[in-house]
Design a protein around this ligand. Sequence first.
Ligand SMILES: Cc1cc2nc3c(=O)[nH]c(=O)nc-3n(C[C@H](O)[C@H](O)[C@H](O)COP(=O)(O)OP(=O)(O)OC[C@H]3O[C@@H](n4cnc5c(N)ncnc54)[C@H](O)[C@@H]3O)c2cc1C
Length: 405
Amino acid sequence: MWGPGELGRLRTVAVERSEILIIGGGNAGISLAARLLRDGFDDVALVAPQPVHRYKPLLNYVGAGEATMADLERPMADVVPHGCRWIRDAVDAVDPVAMTAHTRGGRTLHWSTLVVCPGLVEDWDATPGLLQAYADGWAASTYVPGSAPQVWPRLSALRSGSVVFTVPPEPASCAPTALKPLLMACDSWRRAGVLSDLDVRLVLPGAAATGLAEADRILEGRFADLGIEVLRQSRIERVDWDTHGLVLTGGRGLEDVTFAHAVPHYRAPHWVADAGLAADSSPGLADIDPETLRSRRHDSVWAIGDAADAATRPSGGGLRKQVDVLAHNLAAARKGKKLKRYDGYTVLPITVDRRKLMLDEVDRDGKASPSVPFLDPFVPRRSTWLFDRYGLPQVYWRRILRGRV
Ligand SMILES: Cc1cc2nc3c(=O)[nH]c(=O)nc-3n(C[C@H](O)[C@H](O)[C@H](O)COP(=O)(O)OP(=O)(O)OC[C@H]3O[C@@H](n4cnc5c(N)ncnc54)[C@H](O)[C@@H]3O)c2cc1C
């Protein structure tokens, strides 16, 4: 005899099958699902818990008073492509041998092909005290959507005091774009005549801001011109949230900080490593062949986006190419044909002031890889600023998320 407990459990372990199961409904998951349906795949399911989809690059413009949250948010139901089965749930375990995923809501999902693209999660534990400083209101960042709307009101009200910006250590999503709010704010402070009354500091995880020689030459010029003190090979180790103090690598302390644009550290969701999909050497990212995007451990598993170790800087721009390669490769694998290769193309758009931006489009080796032939991607331009702020979001909603790029 089944007791009520067992019956309840049986009801929640309904098995669902799909040819392609995509975990994550961000830039990667939605644009891939749309592209696969366009390419003729007809059994595509997407697991995504959130009710809202965000175009994340605009978060930095929210932090500079140049965009609102409404500009970058759409209901998830409006972006899940027609013909895709949306499973409104979160995966909490994957078994690549049994080819199943388990969800928080108790479902068991079977796949023939799995695409892992859940992005990264904030690792608040890596910086004790930071979450409390966010709650206290003197720290915020464009990287944390809930706090992004607080950034510009705080920055634009500053007239004196000490302000600290950070670029997060990797893995992080397009980390050097965290310079956008800094450089746009400095430009505004200079115009308002208050820049010299502020102590502006930048904490960088590496020796230079991007690791790309041409971009760094321009950025170093900007830092010097704006009087920004750059603290290199450093990160925030601890936040004394009640005294407004930051303790950096090596023990250096910054006291009486008026406002900190402190980006949290990131990591891949733990279930990726728990499923045996991560390399021991990586910080939990899905271990893939960076060219074919296929798991090195299980042939039925592929990964793209911020949670995949594609041996390049993760970015939305890079995803355009990854989705194209992966869509081709899933069809090719089905027919036993040759796989396409991803060259590691990525983009690190940085505003050098309030109205100019350099795109920094590079391949895996850091060589310039312009989307528009002969256009030097390291030259800051007003036109690229306008394209990044106004043009790309339209391309994103109308073409990228609909699998048309
Ligand atoms: C502030 C900021 C500025 C940026 N600026 C730029 C820029 O200017 N140019 C550029 O090219 N790129 C930029 N990027 C990077 C770009 O936005 C990311 O590379 C891109 O969004 C990554 O897409 P993704 O789908 O891999 O991850 P995400 O966009 O993070 O999406 C992952 C999705 O998976 C879901 N998920 C998580 N866990 C689970 C689970 N267990 N089960 C099911 N679903 C799950 C999440 O809810 C989320 O919706 C920026 C990123 C940020 C944060």
